[in-house]
Ligand binder design. Structure first.
Ligand code: ZN
Ligand code: MN
Length: 499
């Protein structure tokens, strides 16, 4: 049977406000001793009244706007009733019929293709406390009770587990750019439930779904969905596809999903409008004011990098993965551009010089940044903000390569020194005596010597074994103690061998 996969996600993002959603307790409770960032409001004492945190509301709107949602002019708080020890009031304040925002979308870049994922809604709510299961008892830490969450519900637009993973990674990145959340899955700042069902290809209707709960890493999202595809495919092939909606948990050790319970329908929560809070009301001007505060978002940045610097799309996505890396890249490009415009080897206006050379320069910058420099940073476990190499020095380093004043093997030595000391690349090149010898006469002498000493290989080359060029270059490089430009050598050898 030909089946297709239908996946939708429900995501909770913890907002990093100063205080909780409906009281003035600190929202830093996860770093504090248990049950110390609490008050009668978030402990649900009778007679207390909640008040909505304006900072959380603004963050919710920022996130909704970044996800291309429509902000609802009026949204209503609602009580979601259920009984559980981590919910002291016996209900959670959430939003139901009128959420903060609806009808958004996010375009992701998965498997080399762009794909638009629809978003049904984004609403605000408070988090529950945290339960700790010990052999003797269940302990509850109320520090998390009442902390603000944005819940995002996507449309069932994902066709593969990989798309779901990429979407979550994009969402994390957007939350970080907006500074509304660190969105760390491991720390529970970004939590995801995934809904999945299969259906025969060509059918439009949705079959009963399985909801996978408590996925706490991108990898487990992908793996658990892959597992479910296999499990449900077998059920379909046996003629017994799932008949009811079920909830399953992901067992990270056994790498399988485990049935938990049949899911409550929303009727079981007996939602009703929260009588203790006024609806949230926004004017166009309120929304426009927040819209004006949005930074350039990752996707817009990638598209601009492609347009402005001719970055290739894959590199562009790597660069924007960390906003500080993206800023560093741009600072380096600005410096190399200034250099090119001042020293361009082409006649023309500075604009023309830049247009003619930028692609080559971008390739050098992204290549050395994302491979060599990232490798050094990873090994030392540091980020760009702790990097000793200033964008000016990195730009100068790239310019030396561009001018062929050093080759890539001396480049590696120099970059490593710069990484350790923050030193200036020209100075290091002098100190270490790594500058290339661009003395044409000397190069010609070495080339002649190598050819004279390897007559047999010269004959083989002339009979068609052209890969021997690398062998000749290697020998000449050795003669020059590594201080030659391999491309210049290749050119000289070709001149001798090809005529
Ligand atoms: Zn409180
Ligand atoms: Mn929720």
């Amino acid at each position: 049977m030909n089946l297709e996969t239908v996946i939708g996600l429900e995501i909770h993002i913890q907002l990093k406000t100063k205080s909780k959603m409906f009281c003035s307790c600190s929202n830093q409770g996860e770093n504090q001793p248990a049950n110390t960032t609490v008050c009668p409001i978030c402990l649900g004492h009778p007679g207390t009244l909640p008040f909505a945190n304006q900072e959380a509301v603004n963050m919710g709107i920022k996130l909704a706007l970044a996800l291309n949602c429509e902000i609802n002019k009026k949204s209503v708080w609602a009580r979601k009733n259920y009984f559980y020890p981590d919910l002291p009031k016996g209900y959670q304040i959430s939003q139901f019929e009128s959420p903060l925002a609806s009808n958004g979308h996010l375009t992701i870049f998965a498997a080399d293709k762009e794909k638009r994922i629809g978003l049904e809604r984004l609403h605000l709510e408070e988090d529950a406390a945290k339960n700790f299961h010990t052999p003797e008892a269940v302990l509850v830490d109320y520090n998390r009770a009442g902390t603000p969450l944005a819940e995002i519900v996507t449309r069932p637009d994902f066709k593969t587990p990989a798309e779901a993973k990429v979407f979550l990674q994009n969402l994390r990145l957007i939350a970080r750019y907006l500074k509304v959340s660190d969105a760390d899955m491991e720390k529970g700042h970004l939590r995801c439930d995934a809904n999945i069902s299969l259906r025969p290809i060509g059918e439009e209707k949705l079959y009963p779904k399985t909801e996978i709960k408590n996925l706490n890493s991108f990898r487990s999202v992908e793996r658990s969905l892959e597992y479910e595809i296999k499990r449900q495919t077998e059920l379909w092939n046996l003629g017994t596809p799932p008949k009811i909606t079920t909830t399953r948990g992901w067992d990270e050790k056994k790498l399988q999903t485990v049935e938990q319970r049949t899911k409550e329908e929303s009727a079981d929560y007996r939602y009703f409008p929260e009588p203790d809070l006024l609806p949230l009301v926004f004017t166009e001007a309120d929304i426009a004011a927040i819209h004006a505060l949005l930074p350039e978002l990752p996707r817009a940045k990638v598209l601009r990098f492609i347009k402005e610097y001719q970055v290739n799309p894959a590199d562009g996505h790597v660069l924007v993965e960390d906003e500080q890396v993206a800023d560093y890249f741009e600072a380096v490009m600005t410096e190399t551009r200034a250099w090119l415009e001042a020293n361009g080897d082409v006649l023309g206006t500075s604009e023309e010089v830049w247009e003619l050379n930028k692609k080559k320069m971008t390739k050098l910058v992204t290549g050395w940044l994302t491979s060599e420099l990232f490798k050094l940073m990873n090994e030392a476990k540091i980020g760009v903000k702790d990097l000793k190499i200033s964008p000016e020095n990195f730009a100068e380093f790239v310019v030396l390569l561009y001018q062929r004043k050093m080759n890539s093997s001396s480049g590696q030595v120099i970059l490593y020194k710069m990484f350790l000391t923050g030193g200036d690349p020209s100075a290091i090149m002098e100190e270490e005596d790594l500058a290339l010898l661009d003395d044409g006469e000397q190069l010609a002498k070495v080339v002649a010597k190598v050819l004279a000493e390897n007559q047999n290989q010269v004959m083989d080359y002339r009979q068609g074994k052209t890969p021997l060029l690398k062998f000749f270059i290697g020998l000449a490089m050795k003669e020059m103690k590594g201080k030659a430009d391999p491309e210049a050598l290749a050119e000289l050898f070709r001149q001798h061998l090809d005529d």
